[in-house]
Design a protein around this ligand. Sequence first.
Ligand SMILES: [Zn+2]
Length: 264
Amino acid sequence: MKWFVFALLIFVSCKEQDDSLIGEISEGKWIDLSYDFSSQTLYWPTAETFKFDTAFEGITASGFYYSAYNFCAAEHGGTHLDAPSHFAKGKWAADEIPLNNLTGETVVIDVSDKALKNANYLISPDDIQTWEKINGNIPENSILLFRTGYGAYYPDAKKYLGTDERGADAVAKLHFPSIHPDAATWLVKNRKIKAVGIDVASVDYGQSKDFKVHQILYGENILGFENVANLDKLPVKGAYVIALPMKIKGGSGGPLRIIAWVKN
Ligand SMILES: [Zn+2]
């Protein structure tokens, strides 16, 4: 009898405290941080857009349904990875990034109050330090996500990029907020992060001519995630991100499926 009660107690305690990985995950939800790829997908004015052609779609001669398509696009467009090799020779290419660097806990710094009022807004070291005063230091090995609020405009090119024109002349007309080089330098010097993501087309702002933030971050093998979706659905910290780019050998980036797990 004593043995039976003991066994029952163990059973009850196991039931109440499911600390298995599956048990933990079931106490949260997955959020999709990627936009889909289609003819609407936004690309840099000079980059090849997403092409999707039907190879076959319909009933075959053998009587079953079958569909298959060909796709083609620039690496850098829609929700995508910037591999460090995009701006730093000898640093990781898309296929060389350790999986550990594509996954991790997130921090979300929301600057939408200022950025939505100023399409050329530059996120400053002060924005980061203000966040830290409230939430504590950015933990080591975080994936840092900046929310400008411009995700709400996607895929309206005029509002999201500042212009819906295409071609080399359109580049000067790009207006969207992003990170100040001083903020990138501050992060590299003072914090250890795996990646920086943002809900605009580039980690440098639309009017940048020298792409300094790209150079500073990628020179340290910090990854870039651009055109990240649904950042308004994440908590300020503690979400867990899995960011899996297409594994293009030697690629400077590529289409990115990025998802976040958030505790209920
Ligand atoms: Zn890019």
